[in-house]
Design a protein. Structure first.
Length: 212
């Protein structure tokens, strides 16, 4: 069985008086159109299956990918539903956590760059935090608008990817036991390709339309 199930949480904004209610009525169709665009992009970009090579307790060719869409920071993450159980969205609607029965943990979140940090400095601090004092970073790549870092911290492996655009960071972090490496190595490509910054993609589409 394969397919994509989209999870969407839209925070409700209370109206303030008659004028606020009127303005909300005007904005509602715009909000619905924006949400529909996010859902369509999430469906088109969701990976259908993971690579082969996982142990027998995971049928990599039949992995079901579900999609979490974050409305506040405008990103999407597709995750293997058979490996992770989604937790409630964070109270401030910046993201959510997904827990694995073997102790694996997948978190995704957005944040505003209030301290005005560079992407390079965030890469360094992220690598130091995930590796810890005795861990090691085995892979890192930095590009103008994103970075990836992976490595080991004691009995755990970590992999993270961060986008940066318009003074916002959007990140997912995966940590899992080294003993389960074969399982998660098979789905990391799908996680990485299924993590998209919708705001950046939308601006790119707008620029392309203007150039036609």
């Amino acid at each position: 069985m394969s397919g994509t199930v989209t999870t969407l949480r839209v925070p409700l904004q209370p109206s303030a008086g008659q004028s606020g209610a009127s303005a909300g009525a005007v904005r509602q169709p715009i909000r619905l159109v924006g949400t529909a665009i996010l859902l369509l992009l999430a469906f088109l970009w969701a990976p259908r299956s993971a690579a082969s090579g996982a142990p027998s307790d995971v049928d990599a060719g039949a992995v079901v990918w579900k999609t979490y869409v974050n409305v506040r920071f405008r990103y999407v993450l597709s995750y293997p539903a058979g490996l992770f159980v989604p937790q409630p969205e964070a109270p401030n609607a910046d993201g959510r956590a997904f827990l694995g029965k073997d102790g694996a943990r997948l978190i995704v979140y957005g944040s505003n760059n209030v301290p005005l940090q560079s992407l390079r400095s965030v890469l360094a601090s992220t690598a130091a935090r995930l590796a810890g004092p005795r861990g090691i970073v085995t892979y890192r790549v930095l590009r103008p608008h994103w970075f990836v870092v992976s490595g080991h911290n004691g009995p755990n492996v970590f992999y993270t990817k961060t986008f940066y655009d318009s003074d916002q960071f959007k990140s997912f972090e995966l940590t899992y036991p080294t003993a389960s490496s074969a399982i998660y190595a098979a789905v990391i490509p799908g996680l990485a390709s299924g993590f998209r910054d919708l705001a950046t993609e939308r601006r790119g589409a707008d620029r392309s339309d203007r150039d036609r």
